[in-house]
Design a protein around this ligand. Sequence first.
Ligand SMILES: *Cc1c(COP(=O)(O)O)cnc(C)c1O
Length: 342
Amino acid sequence: MTLEVLDRFPRAALMTGPTPLERLDRLSEKLGIDLWIKRDDLSTLSFGGNKNRQLEYYFGAAQAAGADTVLITGAVQSNYARIAAAAAARLGLKAILQLEDRVPGMGETYATSGNVLLGEILDAEFMRYPEGEDEAGADRALRARAEDLRRAGRVPFVIPLGLANPPLGALGYMRAAEEIQRQAPDFDAMVVASGSGLTHAGLLAGVKALGLPTPVFGSCVRRPAADQTARLTEVCARLETLLEIEGLIQPEDIRVWDKALTPGYGRIGEPARTALTTMARHEGLFLDPVYTAKSFAAVLGLVEEGTVAPGTRVLFVHTGGLPAIFAYQEELATGAAVKAEP
Ligand SMILES: *Cc1c(COP(=O)(O)O)cnc(C)c1O
C-alpha cells in the first residue's frame, strides 16, 4: 500500500517542511549503538511538538466544516492544548482549552507557567474539568459547551480525546514515517512516546504501509504496558477502519515498554530524570519531563536490557513538550546556581 490514501483527508498546513533528522554522536558512542533523533520538537508552531502533525488533520476537518471555534481537552500542562491554541490563532479561529486535573499535588508553578502561560498569551479561553481519568466525560463536557456555542450561532469543532473516535491525528504520523524514510532509510528500530497512542499508532501504520520491517517501540507515559497495549490495539483497529484497509497491523507489531512510567503520568521518576540529564549533558538537547524524558529512558532501558543489540541503528523520535520544563521548575531545579559561592 502507498500513503496516497492520506490524500483523502483534508489537512491544514501547520508544518512548513520536514523536521531535521540528526545523528547523536556522543550518545551513540556512550550506548554502543548508532543513534539518531527526529527533531519533531522543532516542528513549526509555538515551540514545536508532535501535536503539530496531528492537528493538521483536525484543523483540516474543522476548516472543511466551516468551524470558527475549536475545543480541546488535556492535562493542565497539555502541549496539545497549547499547540491547538497556536494553530487556531494562525488560522483565525477561536480556541477553547479544557484543562483536566490529571496530576494531583502539583504546585503553583505547574498551574500557571509553561503551557498555561502560553495559552494565556495566545488568548485561548479556558474551562476546567475536575477529573483526569475520564476521557469520555471530558469529551462530553466539550460537546456540551460546543452545543451552547452552536445555539449562540457559532460553528464549533471538537477535537476529541476518547478512544471512541476516528484517530485522525495518527494520519500525521503516517506522513512522518514517509518523511523519515526519505531522509534516512532503514532504521533497525524506532522509539516514541505512547500516551493517547495516536503518534505511536500512526508511526507504526506508516512503517507498515511503506512495507518496512522496522519495529516501533512505544514508551508508556500514561498507563502500564498491558493497558497501553489494549489501547494501541483499539487505536490501530480504528485507524484501519478510517483508512478502509484491513490487516495492516498485527498484534505482534504492538510493542510497548513501561519501565519509565513510574511514578505515573506527569510525574518524574528516576529513569526519566536520568534520561533528561543524560541527553542534555551529552548532546545539549532538552527533553520534557512528561513525555520525552520517558521515551528517551526507553532507549536507555532497551539497550541496557539487551532488547536493542549493540550496533543497532535506532531512531529516537523527539515529540516536543519543552515549555513544560518550566512548569516543572520545582521538581527539576537543583539550586546549584543559588548555592554557588562568590
Ligand atoms: C501528547 C504528547 C505525546 C504523546 O503523544 P500521543 O499521540 O498522545 O501518544 C508525546 N510527547 C509530547 C511532547 C506530547 O505532547
